[in-house]
Write a protein that binds this ligand. Structure first.
Ligand code: PEP
Ligand code: MG
Length: 324
């Protein structure tokens, strides 16, 4: 099987009926790009930058960050690289920030919420990203966006720092896209409104599922509620993809679900443009996608979205996609 996969390393990701989708990777450090290339990744769909901030005693400097972002962009050449701005808080803590202990950290002061209040930290990261933007195909993505005001505020800071750099005589790319993660149900519900202002969506199902089902993604006792194939989740995902396409934008997914063999046929039918997963999942996913007809799975879409339970969805997909 491994040999079969390896043959597809440099092949495009096309369905049996010749439709292209993009298979990209989630990474945490610049070194991870080696695995992306070795597994035939078409780019990076999620660079989790928090690892730059973790496991040390102080914030990374602008130059330190610049070097990491530049390295990833250079290693990926002209392939797209989606860099997510700092998503700290929740399960990921930073001792040196001395944040107060919270009752519900996953519902608390994390990610963009923290960045908008501690804009000193945020601006440093944005400057590093902007400086790196001339070295490749950068796309900037904000995590945990719940309202349009948050997006507008984050983007305004980005444009402000861009202007500052230009005034300082630093070269900045003119072309980078600015998008958001859709991982909060409120954002998925009014994706239509967001789609008018963002350049792209990347659906973060790890969080979207826990927030939609009100089930902690780390809590074993409620893990039966953590249901990627629940029709509630699938309808939210569909809403996001439709909203993006109506505005001529693209929609990707960077949660675990994007590399899941049951989810892939469904997502293909919903029209997902980009699937971002761990590098080792890329070749198996490409193999599977090449066996699937996008037209068939598009024709199952309404039926799947109207199903009542996750079990029903799984049973249907297994039968139609020949999964044991
Ligand atoms: C997600 O929430 O799906 C996601 C990709 O982000 P993280 O797993 O880093 O929270
Ligand atoms: Mg998340």
């Amino acid at each position: 099987q491994k040999a079969e996969w390896a043959k597809l390393k440099d092949e495009p990701t096309i369905t049996a009926d010749n439709e292209h989708v993009e298979l990209v990777a989630n990474i945490g450090t610049p070194d991870d790009t080696v695995g992306v290339m070795n597994n035939g990744g078409e780019g990076v769909g999620l660079y989790r930058t928090e690892f730059l901030y973790m496991g040390k005693s102080q914030l990374p400097t602008e130059d330190e960050q610049f070097e990491s972002y530049k390295a990833v962009l250079e290693q990926m050449g002209d392939k797209p690289v989606v860099v997510r701005t700092l998503d700290i808080g929740g399960d990921k803590e930073l001792d040196y920030l001395d944040l107060p202990h919270e009752m519900n950290p996953f519902l608390g002061f994390r990610a963009i919420r923290l960045c908008l209040e501690r804009d000193d930290i945020f601006r440093t990261q944005l400057r590093a990203l902007l400086r790196a933007s001339v070295y490749g195909n950068l796309k900037i993505m904000f995590p945990m966006i719940a309202t349009l005001s948050e997006f507008r505020e984050a983007k305004a800071l980005l444009l402000e720092e861009k202007q500052n750099l230009i005034n300082e005589g630093v070269q900045v790319s003119e072309e980078f896209e600015v998008g958001i993660m859709v991982e909060i149900p409120a954002t998925a519900v009014i994706a239509k409104q967001f789609a008018k202002e963002v350049d792209f969506f990347s659906i973060g199902t790890n969080d979207l599922i826990q927030y939609t089902m009100a089930a902690d993604r780390m809590n074993e006792r409620v893990s039966y509620l953590y249901q990627p194939y629940n029709p509630a989740i699938l309808n939210l995902i569909n809403n996001v993809i439709e909203a993006a396409h109506a505005e001529g934008k693209w929609a990707g997914m960077c949660g675990e679900m994007a590399g899941d063999e049951i989810a892939i046929p469904i997502l293909l039918g919903l029209g997902l443009d980009e699937f971002s997963m761990s590098a080792t999942s890329i070749l198996p996913a490409r193999t599977q996608i090449r066996s699937l007809s996008k037209q068939d799975w598009t024709s199952y879409k309404d039926e799947i979205l109207a199903m009542s339970t996750a079990e029903e969805v799984v049973e249907f997909v297994k039968e139609k996609a020949n999964i044991q």
